[in-house]
Design a protein around this ligand. Structure first.
Ligand code: HEM
Length: 459
């Protein structure tokens, strides 16, 4: 058996390790793919003081993330941002009891019928407002509007309401989340790799912490407003579900206000690029494949007769739209890497020993394009979903630490895309300029910038 120290990987230079290799590559995910080709499904990257183990392969992922899920569901919460920026609060960097309780609360809050009804009602409004950002005559870059829309999707989940795009509260939220997103990510901060740098960057870090504190104040206000309005019988968002907990449940430190507020900040951060990239990617494929777009719209018009908005009850009837969304999530891989994980006990993968406490990066995309699991995996083909696929489709991750927003995202993507397509034809500004190459944002893959028109359709 080969031990963790002797994992294969690119030559690591003294002091820097592979930092230069990583910082020179424009697309980190592409780099991990080329390293996988060279070194196999298990290799290491040395990033300054940090060693990251990269693992790919459907069988490896199933075994480690599902069969050994308890062991591999930990986050390395000693990393710089977890300790100094997020101060071990919230869900993303939590482990053990704190993670379990927050995960349960967030998942349960999405399971009520009132949550779904409210989501549907607010999203109908959201789609109407989003479509006003576009015009039939002037081509618009969808990116900024879609980022705002993502903030609203999370706002509906946590506060039960969307914001108007010019609302001052949305402005606060937008600027703080953007700032934290840019300056509070482990991979983006050099202190993650060279801890001594923290001696020189204290004031920058304090600014990020200040933005987080500002958001906690915002959440506190929202919670107080909710406590006055809350109808206990019909909780339709996360804050209402929190208020509905018994007093003894809320005395548990895992569910302290600070932890819940930070979990909400985590949800905004976790959704910011992932949800926006997914929406943009679906729109991009609908522009690239106008026949698919047309077939989706025909199905919607057939089921809803073009008159009433598409609702949750139509989900089972709009199979082609559902298949199209799934196929984009499979092939276009907006979110390809899991958030850093660690393991409590050492594991053996393909003959290599990975010691306990290693920092591990799992490649979630590999199984989605694995030729042993999919026929012609590189072909965009919504029709492949007429036969259900169980294995290999993991856009939200795998095992206990799977995306906690997944149950709702499925629904929101469906409601947003169908209600847009029902009323508008999406037309690219330049159909010849829709390249398939993707851009790496640091978290997700986006299509290259494009502009589009939305032309009203008559039923
Ligand atoms: C289509 C959009 C999205 C995709 C593709 C996506 C995907 C993912 C993935 C792959 C992970 C990492 C899981 C792991 O470590 O294995 C994750 C984690 C997470 N996602 Fe999402 N996500 C999306 C949207 C959202 C939204 C809208 C929310 C807001 C509720 C959200 C909240 C989270 C949180 C809080 C985590 C961390 C969970 C934990 O540590 O237990 N995500 N997501």
């Amino acid at each position: 058996m080969v031990s963790g120290n002797s994992l294969p990987g690119p030559i690591a230079w003294p002091f820097f390790g592979n930092i230069l290799l990583v910082s020179r590559s424009k697309n980190f995910y592409q780099l991990t793919k080329s390293l996988q080709e060279k070194y196999g499904n298990v290799y290491r990257l040395k990033l300054g003081q940090l060693t990251v183990v990269c693992i790919s392969g459907h069988k490896n992922l199933s075994r480690i993330l599902v069969e050994d899920g308890e062991n591999s569901s930990q986050r390395p919460n000693w990393m710089f941002c977890s300790k100094k920026v997020f101060k071990e609060k919230g869900i993303v960097w939590a482990n053990g009891h704190q993670w379990k309780e927050l995960n349960k609360l967030i998942l349960q809050s999405q399971q009520t019928a009132t949550f779904q009804q409210n989501m549907q009602q607010e999203l109908t409004q959201e789609v109407n407002e989003l479509c006003k950002c576009f015009s039939p005559d002037n081509a618009t870059d969808p990116l900024d509007c879609f980022y705002d829309s993502t903030l609203n999707v999370v706002s509906i989940m946590v506060f039960g309401k969307r914001f108007q795009y010019n609302d001052l509260e949305l402005n606060t939220l937008r600027s703080s989340i953007k700032y934290i997103f840019k300056n509070g990510q482990s991979l983006g901060r050099k202190e993650t790799f060279f801890s001594w740098l923290a001696l020189f960057t204290k004031s920058q870090v304090n600014e990020v912490v200040g933005e987080i504190d500002k958001l906690h104040g915002f959440m506190k206000q929202k919670l107080e407003n909710h406590a006055m309005e809350n109808n206990k019988k019909l909780p339709h968002d996360l804050l209402a579900a929190y208020l509905n907990l018994s007093e003894s449940e809320r005395k548990d430190r895992a569910l302290s206000e600070e932890n819940v507020f930070q979990a909400i900040v985590d949800m905004y951060i976790a959704a910011y690029d992932t949800y926006t990239a997914t929406m943009i990617m679906i729109v991009f494929y609908l522009l690239k494949y106008p026949d698919v777009q047309r077939k989706c719209r025909e199905e919607i018009h057939k089921v809803c007769k073009g008159k009433r908005p598409v609702t949750i009850d139509d989900k089972d009837k709009l199979c082609y739209v559902e298949s199209t969304i799934k196929e984009v999530l499979r092939i276009a891989k907006p979110v390809v890497l899991a958030i850093y994980r660690t393991i409590e006990r050492s594991i053996t993968v393909e003959g290599y020993n990975i010691p306990a406490k290693s920092i591990i990066l799992f490649d979630l995309n590999d199984p989605q394009i694995d030729p042993t699991l999919w026929d012609n995996p590189d072909v965009f083909d919504p029709d492949r979903w007429t036969n259900p696929h169980k294995n290999g489709y993991i856009p939200f991750g795998l095992g206990p630490r799977r995306c906690v927003g997944a149950p709702t995202i499925d629904l929101t993507l469906f409601l947003m895309i169908t209600n847009i397509l029902q009323k508008f034809e999406l037309v690219p500004e330049d159909e010849k300029n829709l390249p398939m190459e993707k851009e790496w944002s640091g978290i997700a893959l986006f299509p290259k910038p494009f502009k589009m028109f939305m032309k009203p359709v008559d039923y």
